[in-house]
Design a protein around this ligand. Structure first.
Ligand SMILES: Nc1ncnc2c1ncn2[C@@H]1O[C@H](COP(=O)(O)OP(=O)(O)O)[C@@H](O)[C@H]1O
Ligand SMILES: [Mg+2]
Length: 262
């Protein structure tokens, strides 16, 4: 099932991506609406990170192409913010929390302009939004995984982008923080931002996202949560891992969730 979208923010056309000549994403075609909180679901190795990287131009597709805001990526890069998976980052790099979040403001500065008072204020405001104000001068290497994740989200906020691509932003984050950040992302979509999040928990995904992409090397589904979150598509996506699904499919049967309630 592929839902057509008018004025899509992201269009992925017949995208195939390979590493060492073996494809890990096959012929993915999708378009995504603006102003929504969008989840990417799929098992480990499904190609979720690869899809985000391909959208960001960080991996070259074997075939196909991506358009963002109806433009080529190069023309709109400064309107996009990317939060990589936490494990892919060198956290021993000597930098303070404030340094890292200030980096988020660089894209909007001219080539020869240094960040100043205004940028610092933006950075502090973003740290406040993720509850990290008391860690401003801490080295990033000294933070817990969940705190590092929050700093990364603050850096993304400081970019003041229109489109956010976040790879497992809730990994290693405690439940209270996850709920707070989710609310923050929800508020951002209410202001017209589009947020695409790779997420590992099917259960919370039902409540969090307006729109869900289900991926397992091929695109299984992409559409409004209430249309895509079906037992059939979950089984296609997660295959034999039925234990994991039992609880979720039970909930779907009971119609014990309503994605519109948030
Ligand atoms: N740089 C790489 N080189 C070779 N294989 C890779 C590389 N990155 C990812 N892969 C492989 O591609 C597949 C999809 O990976 P990935 O997109 O990271 O999946 P996910 O994020 O859904 O767990 C996996 O089998 C993974 O091992
Ligand atoms: Mg991944």
């Amino acid at each position: 099932m592929i839902n057509q979208v008018t004025s899509p923010v992201i269009e992925v056309h017949d995208l195939t991506v390979s590493y060492d000549q073996s494809p890990v994403l096959w012929n993915v075609d999708l378009s995504l609406p603006s102003g929504k909180l969008i989840g990417i679901l799929g098992p480990n190795g499904a190609g979720k990170s690869t899809l985000i990287k391909a959208i960001m131009g960080l991996v070259n597709p074997t075939s196909g192409y991506v358009k963002i805001f109806d433009h080529r990526l190069e023309d709109v890069r400064n309107r996009i913010s990317y939060v990589p998976q936490r494990e892919s980052v060198d956290w021993n790099f000597p930098a303070s929390v404030l340094d890292v979040v200030m980096m988020g403001t660089y894209g909007k500065l001219g080539l020869f302009k240094r960040p100043g008072k205004k940028e610092k204020e933006i950075a502090l405001g973003c740290l406040d939004q993720v509850g990290m104000m008391s860690f401003v001068n801490r080295q990033i290497s000294e933070l817990s995984g969940g705190q590092q994740q929050r700093v990364f989200i603050a850096r993304a906020l400081a970019q003041e982008a229109d489109l956010y691509l976040m790879d497992e932003p809730f990994a290693g984050v405690d439940m209270a923080t996850e709920t707070a950040i989710f609310q923050l992302l929800k508020d951002m979509t209410a202001k017209g931002k589009t947020i695409v999040v790779v997420h590992h928990d099917i259960h919370s995904a039902m409540n969090y996202f307006d729109w869900i992409i289900m991926l397992n090397l091929h695109l299984v589904g992409s559409g409004p949560t209430e249309l895509v979150m079906t037992e059939e598509l979950l089984r296609k996506t997660y295959g034999g891992k039925l234990n994991l699904l039992t609880k979720v499919t039970e909930l779907i049967r009971q119609k014990d969730f309503n994605p519109l309630k948030n």
